[in-house]
Design a protein around this ligand. Structure first.
Ligand code: ZN
Length: 353
């Protein structure tokens, strides 16, 4: 394992962030190149824990000559976000200076313009320099895995339809409980990577993209960071790497993915009609029927008629749930994966800002 470091000078004097990048060299030139990063949203640590144990496994494989692909691992991709604290609370999702989401506004370019990403980097603010260097590394790979997590959540992934169903092996290897099929219409990291591949010839969209993968894995919820869980997840990703010929492990034999693969149009975003104290009746992982009571919101505590009920608009699987118990009007409560499209209109792109 070789370690390099990306140094990002701050936008004010006296500040610099240091980002370690771990490299494993493969011994099979034609094997797919791999890029794995975690914690782009700086407080989302299940992926960082996974990466820690995966690197342990990869170092062992290195001594056995079992690494076939060049593999880059960035176990914590966002030192800028990790340092942000606002009145004692970590703020790892948005850059406090520019109010931009750390996983949005990645440059949408053609793969042939990759070198331009890091040309004259000093022209850009620190957050953009970080983003440009991350995506530049990813565009050198064939298989790109961006490890995130949701709030309270099952394990699922956002996978662009351009990679489906080929990517079902990743879902099987990690034992995902659902896959959300996305449309590739955003500037999130994973979608900016696939954009560059799709438009390798500018103006000529190329899909599907066999042999390629760029995916956002949601490794359950923010608090799902435990040693045995992280080791199992690392083992799961190892099995995927073996199945794709990136590492040699003849013992790996993936079973088929049997969970639901749900288009984003079929996700019911359950929102709070009014503000209040939320009392959940149902939990993640449960299947609900149309009309089932999901939550009661106490809108006027102590008052007669001081509650409202929130019910399931159609049958489905509860994939995520908010962890805050004080909800704002129109605040997200749950994502439910359903068989039919939601009647609520959805803008193309990501489900959340
Ligand atoms: Zn995230």
């Amino acid at each position: 394992m070789d370690i390099t470091e990306i140094v990002i000078e701050g936008d004010t004097p006296g500040i610099a962030w240091r980002l370690p990048v771990l490299h494993f060299s493969g011994n099979k030139p034609e094997a797919p190149k791999i890029y794995i990063q975690a914690a782009l949203h700086a407080g989302e640590l299940p992926g960082t824990a996974l990466a820690h144990f995966l690197c342990e496994r990869l170092r062992q494989a290195e001594t056995e000559g079992a690494i076939l692909s060049d593999i880059i691992v960035v176990p914590h991709a966002n030192p800028i976000g990790a340092a942000q604290s606002h009145f004692g609370e970590m703020q790892g999702r948005f850059d406090l200076g520019s109010r931009t989401n750390f996983n949005r506004d990645f440059p949408l370019i053609s793969l042939r313009d990759r070198d331009l990403l890091i040309e004259n980097l000093e022209r850009y603010p620190a957050v953009d320099r970080l983003k440009r260097q991350l995506i530049n590394m990813a565009l050198g790979a064939d298989l790109v895995i961006d490890l995130h997590c949701d709030d309270e959540s099952l394990q699922y992934a956002y996978i662009d339809e351009a990679f489906w169903p080929e990517a079902a092996d990743l879902a099987a290897a990690l034992k995902m409980e659902a896959v959300l099929l996305s449309d590739g219409e955003s500037s999130a990291f994973e979608e900016a990577v696939s954009f560059a591949w799709k438009y390798e010839v500018p103006g000529e969209k190329k899909v599907p993209l066999p042999g390629k993968l760029s995916v956002t894995v949601e490794l359950r919820g923010t608090r799902d960071v435990y040693p045995e869980m992280a080791k199992r997840d690392a083992e799961g990703l190892w099995r995927f790497l073996a199945a794709r010929g990136a590492v040699r492990d003849e013992s790996v034999n993936l079973s088929a993915f049997t969970g639901p693969a749900v288009p984003l149009d079929n996700i019911e975003m359950i929102r709070a009609p009014q503000a209040g104290t939320v009392l959940f009746h149902r939990n993640i992982g449960e299947r609900v029927a149309e009309g089932d009571l999901l939550a009661t919101i106490i809108t006027a505590p102590g008052m007669p008629d001081g509650t409202i009920d929130v019910r399931a608009p159609q049958a489905g699987l509860i994939v995520t749930r908010v962890s805050d118990r004080l909800v704002r009007r129109r605040g997200d409560l749950m994502k439910i994966g359903c068989d039919k499209p939601s009647v609520a209109t959805r803008k193309p792109g990501t489900l959340e800002d």
